[in-house]
Every structure is written in C-alpha cells, then in structure tokens.
Design a protein around this ligand. Structure first.
Ligand code: FMN
Length: 151
C-alpha cells in the first residue's frame, strides 16, 4: 500500500513527531504541503493530513493544499492534529478537516489527535505547557492508529 502523510508542524515539531512515528509504522513518506505534487497525492492509496492547531484551525498551508486539489472521487485519508488544549467532544478542529477532505472526494478513515508542547505567546516565557508532549504513550497510540487505518 502506498501511503503519504502531508504535514505542517510550525511551532515545536509535535505534529511532525507524531507523523514520523505513523510513517515508520506503515512505511509512508512525510512531506510538506508545498513540496507534495498532485500526482503523488493521486498515486497514494492512503493520505494522512496533519498540522498543529493554530488559532483554532489547521494550518492554512494544509487546508489550502487540499482546496487546490481537483474535485473527484479519491482514495482513503486520515487526519492528524496536535494542540495545546484537548479537543472538545464537539471535535471542531478535526471534524472541519474531515469535512473538507470529504468535500474533495476522500474517504476519511479516522482522525488522530493528541496534545503537543504549547509555547504560544507568553506560555513560551515559562517554557510552555504540555512539556514532554507528545508523550511516548501518545506516539504508541499514533503507531497503533496508523497500523489500523492502513488496514
Ligand atoms: C500561533 C499559535 C496559535 C495556537 N492556537 C491554538 C489554539 O487555538 N488551540 C489550541 O489548543 N492550541 C493552540 N496552539 C498550540 C498548538 O496547537 C500546539 O503547540 C501544537 O502542538 C503545535 O504543533 P506543532 O509543534 O506541530 O506546530 C497554538 C500555538 C501557536 C504557536
């Protein structure tokens, strides 16, 4: 199975650490939204889309890349996010991302979310919150998630 994870990790590399762990488990390549080509996305049977949550949204680099794809039936996809605060049960961030992927024709298999080191603004002055996140336990869950989604 050809798998690809398109990921932006602008703050502390937390989302990238999760994506790398998933990629190792399922033998996928991790690429940034600006380097991945439409042909590579089209050729992948499974595409993960990930970023940190910035101002309550996924990075525009990732969402803009998805919006730039042609509308047509596509393969399977999954969502990866890290954020400073836990996602609420309404799953606002990951649900909107799943909706966008579905609009573009992807079949969204599942979403993975965990907390990442948060050094936004004044939090950085005190070393940030969620230090040590993603934890080894988060990374183990990420591996299990990827293996399950990859089937
Ligand atoms: C500019 C900025 C805005 C952020 N906004 C939010 C937010 O709205 N909600 C939240 O839970 N975390 C927020 N965070 C924390 C990040 O989501 C968290 O640190 C995440 O793990 C960053 O992922 P990264 O290291 O892969 O970039 C923000 C961080 C930054 C730097």
């Amino acid at each position: 199975m050809t798998a690809l994870i398109v990921c932006t990790s602008k703050s502390n590399g937390s989302t990238r650490a999760v994506a790398d762990e998933m990629a190792k488990a399922i033998d996928a390549r991790v690429v940034s939204p600006d380097e991945v080509t439409d042909a590579e996305i089209d050729a992948a049977e499974l595409v993960g889309w990930g970023s940190g949550i910035y101002w309550m949204s996924f990075a525009s680099e990732v969402t803009d890349r998805i919006k730039a794809l042609a509308d047509r039936p596509r393969g399977r996809a999954f969502v990866v996010a890290t954020s400073g605060l836990p996602e609420t049960p309404l799953r606002r961030y990951t649900r909107s991302m799943s909706d966008l992927l579905a609009e573009k024709g992807f079949e969204v298999a599942d979403t993975f979310h965990c907390r990442g080191l948060d050094t936004m603004g004044p939090l950085g002055l005190v070393g940030g919150v969620n230090r040590g996140h993603p934890t080894q336990a988060d990374l183990a869950l990420a591996r299990t998630f990827a293996l399950r989604v990859a089937g």
